[in-house]
Design a binder for this molecule. Structure first.
Ligand code: CXF
Ligand code: ZN
Length: 377
């Protein structure tokens, strides 16, 4: 009944930098060619939503519908859509997967060339599907915009999943949990019996630990400024903990090099600070050590690496976009790992609120009280 027509629904709109989201009625246009309109079932808050809400205007862009971790059901499809149908349970994902470009066809890349990722305020065709009741344009976020009862997403950014996974678990696979687990599994390919070091034990760092645990790592060393993180991180597989604020004269990398007799096999930076990336690389083992960067630093941040460490010690360092996962093929595998009780997503959900209380989710994350707060529409 609603197909082809605009839908009026509730959305939590980011109107001003740093200000609470505003519950409004908005108009969501019908999906265009190669797009689907999705009824969101639940969404969760990722730290990137906070980062972009807090960006001053400009480079912050307002009014905008934030949110990019979600699960929903396809309400209607646009022209030319054959891969998805009304009623499908889907996860929107900021990382596009067109399935036909050189990168999407290669096992070695998850960086789609046809729809290059950017933090664009638009759909891929440079337009918006959202208007407010005064006719004003509302901007998109990460090609997802899930803080609304209905959203429109390009098929390249939608993965169909088995509908038996509970929605409050499924939504986590849209960004944070997948990114961390994928970084251990796909970007680093952690080997059984290996030693892992993780800098930063927020949701991403803990998801890396969960991934490393699933890969069979023997030792998982967690590093954080908050000693309270050790207890919680044990549940994600962290076996040893370093409180980086009480290392005395020593650098954290030195302590890890001593603990591991020469460095960890796989090291992950999950903070978003270039000097911590350097520290992470410094405790990576010679010969085969791999460092993976996940944290998002300020625009323009630069890395300084010792030429000796790079050239003479044969260590590698790489970035990891969406944990190196290829959304359409890897996300269903993670869904299955959840259903098979291997991947434990439940541990990430510390809070759940109704849509009208979405601003509480922001408070909890900023106060450091939550890992993931699920928002039910
Ligand atoms: C991030 C990835 C890097 C750019 C900004 C958004 N993704 C999700 O949180
Ligand atoms: Zn995210």
């Amino acid at each position: 009944a609603t197909a082809g027509k605009p839908i009026k629904c509730r959305a939590a709109v980011a109107r001003r930098a740093g200000a609470p989201l505003v519950m409004e009625e908005v108009i969501v246009g019908p999906p265009k060619s190669d797009e689907v309109r999705i009824k969101i079932i639940c969404t969760s808050l990722c730290h990137s939503d906070v980062t972009f809400l807090n960006l001053k205007d400009p480079p912050g862009i307002f009014p905008r519908i934030l949110g990019h971790e979600a699960v929903g059901v396809v309400e209607s499809i646009g022209d030319n859509v054959s891969e998805l149908a009304e009623g499908d349970t889907v996860i929107p994902i900021f990382a596009p997967d067109c399935g036909e470009c050189t990168d999407c066809k290669s096992k070695k890349s998850n960086l789609c060339t046809k729809f290059p990722f950017s933090v664009s305020p638009w759909m891929h065709d440079g337009s918006s599907r959202f208007r407010d009741l005064n006719g004003g344009t509302l901007y998109h976020f990460l090609f997802v915009s899930s803080f609304t009862e209905y959203t429109v997403v390009h098929v390249a950014n939608v993965t169909k999943i088995d509908s038996t996974i509970p929605p409050n678990m499924a939504c986590l696979l849209s960004c944070g949990a997948s990114t961390g687990v994928g970084a251990a599994w796909r970007s680093a390919n952690v080997e059984p019996g290996s030693t892992v070091a993780i800098f930063g034990l927020g949701s991403i760092g803990l998801a890396v630990a969960e991934g490393a645990r699933l890969c069979g790592a023997a030792r998982i060393i967690g590093v954080d400024v908050n000693p309270g993180k050790f207890e919680i991180s044990k549940r994600f597989g962290v076996t040893e903990f370093i409180d980086s604020t009480s290392c005395g004269e020593k650098r954290v990398s030195q302590i890890i090099n001593e603990m591991t007799a020469g460095g960890a096999d796989y090291c992950f930076e999950c903070v978003g600070n270039s000097s911590i990336v350097e520290e992470t690389y410094a405790c990576c083992r010679k010969g085969w050590g791999k460092t993976v960067m996940l944290g998002v630093d300020k625009p323009g941040a630069q890395l300084t690496l010792s030429s000796y460490e790079v050239l003479h010690r044969g260590k590698t360092i790489s970035g990891s976009f969406f944990g190196g996962l290829k959304p359409k093929s890897d996300i269903p595998i993670l869904v299955k790992k959840y259903t098979d009780k291997e991947l434990e997503l439940d541990k990430f959900v510390t809070h759940e609120v109704g849509f009208e209380d979405i601003n509480k989710a922001f408070d909890l994350l900023l106060e450091g009280k939550s890992l993931r707060c699920v928002i039910w529409m």
